[in-house]
Design a protein around this ligand. Sequence first.
Ligand code: DX5
Ligand code: ZN
Length: 216
Amino acid sequence: MAHLVAPSILSADFANIQRDVEMINKSEADWFHVDVMDGVFVPNISFGFPVIKAIKKHAKKPLDVHLMIVDPDRYITTFKEAGADVLTVHMEACTHLHRTLQSIKANGMKAGVALNPHTNIHTLEDVICDVDLVCLMSVNPGFGGQKFIENTYHKVAVLKAMIKNKKGHTLIEIDGGVDLNNYKKLLQAGADVLVAGNTVFASSNPTETIKQLKLA
Ligand code: DX5
Ligand code: ZN
């Protein structure tokens, strides 16, 4: 499968959100990556349902919603109503992860699990076949524009082997510090989805940068 690129709306210009959504619509990007932060699970607050609904109104590609919030079970149906197509929860925020994943799928969304940089891949072993997407955090979540953590390459390779071993179809997404220097190495290690915030939105030509990230 050709890899996917998901620009992170966190780095967009919120005063010109429609313009930036249209830019992604017209670009070669595959998904919108939408970061929700609650100020409890991570030391930052981003945005909530009104902003997601506003993005959904104009978006012509799927919304990949990354929840950096505690107790995500409370809001699964509300995120569906707001327009989420893929809903990713953090392993570290879920006491009953299996139940949460079933609930996301029962609500008609793809189910994702995100792992913080310190969380071992093997914690996924007994649930991997129920997961549509694993989001490997390659920075500590909370902010865009941080430095990529090199240990991520190793985690991608271990996770890829686990998925192959179980004959699964889980996608591996990399989130944080992805840029034009490291993305090819990540693809070679087994990444399927590249999230890029700062690399896309701080570049002089975001459409062209997306195009470059799509090159294998
Ligand atoms: C970080 C978020 C990321 C962030 C990535 O907590 O989950 O999605 O927007 O931004 P960059 O690509 O700038 O590291
Ligand atoms: Zn994210």
